[in-house]
Design a protein around this ligand. Structure first.
Ligand code: MN
Length: 196
């Protein structure tokens, strides 16, 4: 996968290029989710990495080799960096290349969205639903628990929706399915396609 988190000995906080995302994700949710939750993962990662033997690796390789607390914090840093990067207030629509791949592997864009939302809604507990490409370029949807990222299974992660309660509870309370359905409005498909 493309390296979106440069390792300069320490990992910097991913920047947030918006304060709110229309009516889909509030400023309050983003301030907690990015400013508190992600900040804690970045700080923990930077504390745990020195002396681990993995300090010079790209973050996706740290995740493939780390265990325990280092795995959890490294995974959550990459997962959130990808999550926040893929949204925009004026998102670019899906391009022809991605549309063709989705139609080939899921039948239609609507069928893909339905399956993606269902996998997000039925993931028990905390985690992430992902769209990835496998080694042959086939698109797959996976449910990943807690801090998992499909890169550990040899997949190239393309799109992810965070289904930890901290991602939606202030705006949607227990209505996870409504949160998932609303996110399509803010997905910037140019960013997603750039990960192919
Ligand atoms: Mn989160």
């Amino acid at each position: 996968m493309k390296d979106i988190m440069p390792n300069n000995g320490q990992f910097a906080m991913p920047t947030l290029p918006y304060e709110a995302l229309g009516k889909v994700i509030s400023k309050e949710t983003l301030s907690f989710h990015h400013g508190k939750h992600l900040k804690a993962y970045v700080d923990n990662l930077n504390k745990m990495l020195p002396g681990s033997g993995l300090e010079n690796l790209p973050l996706s390789e740290v995740i493939c080799k780390a265990e325990g607390g280092l795995f959890n914090n490294a995974g959550q840093v990459l997962n959130h960096a990808m999550y926040f990067e893929q949204f925009a207030n004026n998102p670019k629509p899906m391009g022809g290349k991605m549309k063709a791949l989705i139609e080939r592997d899921f039948g239609s864009v609507e069928d893909f969205k339905k399956e993606f939302e269902a996998k997000g809604a039925t993931l028990f507990g905390s985690g992430w639903v992902w769209l990835s490409a496998d080694k042959d370029g086939k698109l797959v949807i996976t449910q990943q628990k807690n801090a998992e990222n499909p890169v550990t299974m040899g997949l190239t992660p393309l799109l992810t929706f965070d289904v930890w309660e901290h991602a939606y509870y202030l705006d949607y309370q227990n209505r996870r399915a409504d949160y998932l359905a609303a996110l399509w409005q803010i997905v910037d498909w140019q960013v997603v396609e750039g990960r192919l």
